[in-house]
Ligand binder design. Sequence first.
Ligand SMILES: [Zn+2]
Length: 141
Amino acid sequence: MLKIKKEHIEEIKKQGEKGYPYEICGFMLGIIDYEDNIREVKEVYQVENQNKERANDRFEIAPKDYLKVEDYAEKNGIQIIGIYHTHPDHPDRPSQTDLMFAQPDMSYIIMSVNNGKAENWRSWELDLEKNEFKEEKVEVI
Ligand SMILES: [Zn+2]
């Protein structure tokens, strides 16, 4: 399950609308309760979408940004718990490409931005047995 503050959702919405018609992306940083399997977001951290040719329907995070954010998280006693990105004029469902790059034990928020307005969003996690995404339960706090 993912726990996220309303203000973080608002922040992602704002970034998504500002970046429209291109996909924006970033990391969710926070803490993990392994016993109850709860990931709790403490910060959202936007990084540049490196895919310039198909930024309207693809996103890519540079290795240097991964390293930078990992380093930042470590220094602040938190960790990378997920990745968020937007789908301009597309539903909040993962694409085949999203599945290809997904890692286990991470939350993937996908936010749909239609005509420049951030609307629906959901969080997804990898179902390792089926090798597909399943919708993750979210608690907005
Ligand atoms: Zn996507």
